[in-house]
Design a protein around this ligand. Structure first.
Ligand code: SAM
Length: 245
């Protein structure tokens, strides 16, 4: 029996201690670095303003700031703990002047809330491992709000877990994740012992996964074109598209 004291966190914070996130997520999610790099590579390198949804500890923010050297990144996350953690790291890396964290539920933004300290015009939007906490109807609303906020020709790239196409693939993925954790010198059970417990918060709850096809359809319904999947590994995918010029 575990003697772990359950620590309540917001959906998506994952680990009970924020300090465990950067190391633990790389043990839990195979090819996490490559997945984030794929998003950053899809963004326009000359962008001046990029919106990031669910920035967590700032790992994707850092990749974007490195890949898009002239971009200011506006990062939303409803967890003040995560924003504070991200800010410290980003300032330490020397990017503080180009990064602004705003503590807010992106579901509220999708539902139409205006954010005074944020422009409503971005060259690109990016997100990783966050939007799957919304219901499918809210995902669609969010994609529509992102589409309305992007400049003509702007793009949106998201990395999220998706429902796999068959139980055989789910089993193969589970095995791949176990082997990945072992290759990192741990086990999935050991990593999972560090997870926090969360109740619904704002518009987010536990994982609410959709299939990749459903995501692509939602993007098209929201007005995105050239919808594509530049990266996929079993149940993890980077997908997105462009708003017409
Ligand atoms: C798993 S973390 C991913 C963080 C980062 N994008 C990464 O890939 O390392 C998900 C983040 O999304 C945030 N989040 C989840 N639902 C949210 C919502 N409705 N509004 C704002 N932030 C949300 C959580 O607080 C958490 O920091």
């Amino acid at each position: 029996m575990s003697d772990r004291v359950p620590i309540e966190i917001f959906p998506g914070e994952v680990f009970a201690k924020t300090d465990d996130f950067d190391f633990g997520i790389r043990q839990l999610i195979p090819y996490y670095n490559e997945m984030l790099a794929a998003i950053a590579r899809c963004l326009p390198s000359q962008a001046s303003c990029i919106l990031e949804l669910g920035c967590g500890t700032g790992e994707l923010s850092l990749q974007i700031l490195q890949t898009c050297p002239t971009a200011e990144v506006i990062a939303l996350d409803y967890s003040p703990r995560m924003i504070q953690y991200a800010r410290r790291k980003i300032e330490a890396a020397g990017y503080g002047i180009r990064w602004r964290g705003i503590a807010m539920d992106f579901g509220e933004w999708a539902a139409g809330k205006k954010v005074d300290e944020m422009s409503e015009s971005f060259d690109a939007c990016a997100s990783s491992l966050a939007i799957h906490h919304l219901s499918d109807s809210m995902k669609l609303k969010l994609f529509q709000r992102i589409g309305d906020t992007l400049k003509p020709g702007g793009c949106f790239w998201n990395a999220d877990p998706v429902v796999l196409e068959s139980s055989q693939l789910s089993q193969a993925y589970q095995k791949a994740r176990e082997e990945w954790a072992i290759a990192q010198g741990t086990t999935l059970a050991e990593v999972r012992a560090k997870l926090g417990t969360s109740n619904n918060y704002g518009y987010s709850s536990q994982d609410q996964l959709a299939t990749l096809e459903e995501h692509l359809q939602m993007l098209k319904t929201a007005g995105f074109e050239s919808v594509a999947v530049p990266w996929k590994y079993f149940g993890l995918a980077v997908f997105g598209g462009f708003i017409p010029s």
